[in-house]
Design a binder for this molecule. Structure first.
Ligand code: EPU
Length: 423
């Protein structure tokens, strides 16, 4: 298995191009099931999760072609649709559950495997299924699969109050509601930029949606959706990750395509830590004001709060900060798996439940490390940019799920980093 080797201590300088958002693409792709005309996505990131979604959609009957090495994807569901999403694909990636709403809306029935838990938490689907039930779906669990059927073959609009602003449930219900009979209102909806991106694309396909980006979204069902072309929004998590690279390694980096509105709460914390973030014509330019960042306390929250998907990377920065920081993880119950690995590199971190206390140290030392999820893996690479000696990050398949060519992007701005093929 491949690994990434980083030798720390090189300040960075230059530009990094930020790709389209994984989590936007993973919800835009299933939207193709809502129409029999082609949907073309541009600015699609080249990631293994996108390949998994491609396989899943193909297994359901989509025809998918790609151009520009996968950056442009055209998907078409003009033929017969298979309504069963198989466990073998769904277990590889939780976002596979995003086919449930579209399948149910299009065909009136669907069988979708429950994805099961993952390294960061149990991640149930009750908010998705309760919402669809309100729209008239009957949903039973049999042999690990959700069997869903719309009463009378068609979903009906409903007022749905979410107990928590779940990103995936907002996406699933929003897609399902585009073809439902009548009006659906989602209260306490998620407000992430990926939701706004999905709504923008669905509107291009003929959907009637209002309120995306606020906590109440209204969808007026229509009879059919048509084809469209849509550019995937910039990946705010990849953006935040690379914004941290010059803060940790030293130097200055401009993240091309970055916008402050995508990372406002994160940039506020960077400012408090002594980091300059400047909006340029092309993106965001980042530089640490002193030698070490200051300690800052961080609590993860749904958007527009501090994103859970940047918590591990922020921890890597706080390991070198001047003072003690408290990180509270409020979205996932088990998202500190990177902490013991950072400790192996010399960090001072104590974890109690959902709270991590990080006392910054002067120096860390490279070590062989491994992580159990995507964001944890990249946090170890970030720490390796400043640690003395060599850090070897194993299990690179986690990284490949969500980061395009990490070694190329960081190497391009002066990091000493390489991908080493496994035996
Ligand atoms: N939850 C429930 N019931 C549900 C749905 C969610 O209890 O029916 C709980 C989850 O267990 C979790 C919390 O609600 O504790 C948040 O889950 P949410 O549904 O908002 O997350 P998601 O849709 O499963 C997406 C991203 C995640 C990101 C979260 C939070 C995609 C494909 N995934 O997951 O991305 O962390 O929103 O922002 O969009 C990543 O990219 O590394 C990643 C994990």
């Amino acid at each position: 298995m491949d690994s990434i080797v980083v030798r720390g201590g090189k300040p960075l300088s230059g530009q990094i191009e930020i790709a389209g958002a994984k989590n936007a693409a993973l919800t835009l792709m299933p939207a193709t099931l809502l129409s029999d005309e082609p949907l073309t996505l541009t600015n699609t990131p080249r990631l293994s999760d996108i390949k998994t979604m491609t396989l899943l959609l193909e297994s359901l009957g989509a025809e998918i072609s790609s151009l520009q090495d996968g950056k442009v994807q055209t998907m078409s569901c003009h033929g017969a649709i298979n309504t069963t999403a198989d466990y073998d694909i769904v277990r590889k990636m939780r976002a596979s559950n995003l086919v449930l709403g579209p399948l149910l809306a299009r065909e009136g029935h669907a069988i979708v495997s429950l994805p099961g838990g993952c390294a960061i938490g149990a991640r149930p689907m009750d908010i998705h299924t309760d919402g669809l039930a309100k729209m008239g779906a009957e949903i039973d669990l049999k042999d690990g699969y959700l069997h869903a059927k719309a009463d009378g073959g068609k979903l009906k609009g409903a007022v749905i109050d979410f107990p928590f602003a779940s990103v995936g449930a907002t996406e699933n219900i929003m897609m399902a509601a585009t073809l439902a009979k009548g009006t659906t209102v989602i209260n306490n909806a998620a407000r992430e930029p990926e939701i706004v991106d999905l709504a923008t694309c669905l509107r291009k396909m003929g959907a009637q949606i209002e309120g995306d980006g606020t906590s109440s979204i209204t969808i007026q069902g229509v009879d059919r959706l048509h084809g469209a072309t849509h550019p995937v929004v910039t990946d705010r998590i990849e953006l935040g990750t690379y914004m941290l690279a010059p803060v940790i390694a030293g130097g200055e980096v401009e993240c091309l395509g970055g916008r402050m509105s995508l990372v406002a709460s994160f940039a506020e914390k960077l400012d408090a830590a002594g980091v300059d973030v400047q909006e340029t014509k092309a993106g965001l330019k980042v530089k640490l004001r002193g030698d070490r960042p200051h300690a800052v306390d961080v609590t993860t929250e749904p958007f527009p709060g501090f994103p859970t998907d940047l918590q591990a990377q922020m921890m890597a920065m706080l390991c070198f900060a001047d003072g003690t920081s408290v990180l509270e993880e409020k979205i996932f119950e088990n998202r500190f798996m990177h902490a013991p690995e950072l400790v192996r590199m010399g960090a001072d971190i104590e974890v109690h439940g959902g709270t991590a206390t990080v006392t910054g140290v002067d120096r860390m030392k490279g070590a062989p490390v491994m992580a159990t999820d995507l964001r944890a893996s990249v946090s170890l690479i970030l720490a390796g940019l400043r640690a003395e000696g060599e850090t070897q990050v194993n299990r690179v398949y986690h990284l490949d799920r969500g980061y395009e060519d990490v070694a190329g992007k960081l190497g391009g701005v002066g990091a000493d980093i390489e991908r080493v093929p496994g035996s």
